[in-house]
Design a protein around this ligand. Structure first.
Ligand SMILES: C[S@@+](CC[C@H](N)C(=O)[O-])C[C@H]1O[C@@H](n2cnc3c(N)ncnc32)[C@H](O)[C@@H]1O
Length: 437
């Protein structure tokens, strides 16, 4: 048995272990407080080197207020100055702030680990020019990272390259100072705001469709997952950053679940969202397995939901079956479209507008299985309940054959093979969200 497992030793260890907090790393100064059961020394470590050392002896009346029984709390403050150039000027590092006693037999404690940037990093990242590198991340973010770490911007079309890029980005957004640069602050602010909003909608949006027929598939008002919808939300930001012009269109809104999340994202970007739906449910489609009127949500119901859960001020509603809506009229130019229309006939009817989509734009569709994406090719046999085949045909006809990949659930992403801006792989996006949102 290890001696530290003896209860009396463990209690002594816990009693003696220093506690404290780092309030800030500002420039080259680390400030905070630390308290032990006797005099302490504070140390700042980087890669096995001790960069600074000093005793807590500054007044901290706030700490004394919360720990009145500890008289030493009154002077538990510390401020440690790091030597100039402690961190190589263009590198990122992790500082460890340690509190210890004079005796090595008494326990020490790491009271914080902080990410820090070298002196010149902020300038290099902030002044980055056009890198000429493209990929499924915002252009200013790619350009900034490429200016310092070009090796992390290689092969951004592949999952491994995207994951490497996302790891570097996660380090940057956790590093004070450089994470305030406009390219990173604006992107992470968007991700954090839209992510929090998606969670809110997921929790609060009504789940039960009270007008569903017994046995019908539309009993549930939340037919998509956040994982599917967040891929669209991310891509809207990416497309904007690459200067792709146009508005955003949703085809098929049911009760407005996806509309609530996506309209909020549009509001963050100042983007107009067009919602196209019959507001009477699906049209008749023999052989599809659906019944006409399935997935009906009235315009009043959807508008009410988007008002309560989304950003209705960004939305233009277009009521009618697609075949009627687009008989003579065309929407304004689009940068991205999302279709969740269940039927081959519906996809065919709406695809007449495909020439209005920017050639670098993106299409997301429900009714996708992972198996249709095969090494950049898409293989999807026509069927009454398959909207993918008409979409592929129409883009072949326009001379813009599509490629794409599976997102999650039943959704896929598609973009013109030659000029389109790819969509980030879902696993990469989710690991990035864990560190930024
Ligand atoms: C599965 S629901 C959409 C679900 C929605 N994305 C959500 O998150 O709740 C399919 C929608 O497509 C609409 N729809 C399908 N075909 C249509 C057509 N030809 N014209 C107009 N609306 C159509 C239906 O009215 C229905 O609202």
């Amino acid at each position: 048995m290890k001696w530290t497992r003896l209860p009396v030793v463990r209690q002594f260890h816990e009693y003696m272990t220093p506690r404290g907090h780092v309030d800030a790393l500002t420039g080259t100064r680390v400030v905070g407080w630390a308290l032990g059961r006797g005099p302490l020394v504070m140390e700042v470590w980087l890669d096995g080197r001790c960069l600074a050392r000093g005793r807590p002896q500054m007044p901290r009346l706030d700490v004394a207020h919360f720990l009145p029984e500890r008289t030493a709390a009154t002077t538990s403050g510390f401020a440690l100055d790091l030597p100039v150039g402690a961190l190589a000027s263009q590198s990122l590092g992790e500082l460890r702030i340690v509190a210890r006693y004079g005796s090595r037999w008494l326990p020490s404690a790491t009271i914080a680990t902080l990410r820090a940037a070298g002196d010149d990093l902020e300038r290099r990242l902030g002044e980055a020019g056009d890198s000429g590198i493209s990929g499924p991340f915002p252009k200013p973010v790619i350009d900034a990272i490429a200016a310092v770490w070009p090796e992390d911007c290689e092969d951004l079309g592949a999952m491994a390259g995207q994951a490497r890029f996302a790891r570097r980005l996660a380090q940057i957004v956790r590093t004070p100072g450089i994470n305030a640069l406009p390219a990173f602050a604006s992107y992470t602010r968007y991700l954090a705001a839209t992510w929090a909003h998606c969670r809110f909608v997921e929790r609060h949006f009504p789940a039960t469709n009270r007008s569903s027929r017994p046995g019908a598939a539309d009993f549930h008002c939340k037919p998509n997952s956040v994982r599917e919808l967040f891929a669209i939300i991310h891509q809207l930001y990416v497309l904007r950053s690459w200067g792709v012009a146009g508005e955003f269109a949703e085809f098929g809104c049911f009760k407005g679940y996806s509309s609530a999340m996506l309209s909020f994202a549009c509001a963050q970007l100042g983007l107009r969202m067009h919602i196209f739906d019959s507001f009477e449910g699906l049209p008749p489609a023999p052989g599809s397995g659906y019944t006409a009127g399935d997935y009906a949500g009235s315009l009043d119901e959807v508008r009410d939901h988007v008002t309560r859960f989304g950003a209705v001020e960004c939305v233009s509603f277009h009521k009618g079956f697609f075949a009627d809506t687009f008989r003579r009229w065309r929407p304004p130019p689009l940068m991205c479209l999302w279709m969740d229309v269940d039927l081959e006939v519906s996809a065919r009817d709406l695809m007449v507008i495909a020439d209005g989509l920017d050639p670098r734009g993106t299409i997301f569709s429900h009714e996708c299985e992972a198996g249709i994406f095969r090494d950049g090719k898409i293989v999807s046999a026509p069927a009454p309940d398959n909207p993918i085949a008409p979409m592929l045909d129409r883009h072949d006809e326009l001379g813009r054959p599509l490629t794409g990949h599976f997102i999650a659930g039943y959704s896929g992403a598609f973009w013109p093979k030659d000029v389109g801006i790819p969509v980030v792989h879902t696993e990469v996006l989710w690991s990035l969200l864990e560190s930024v949102a």
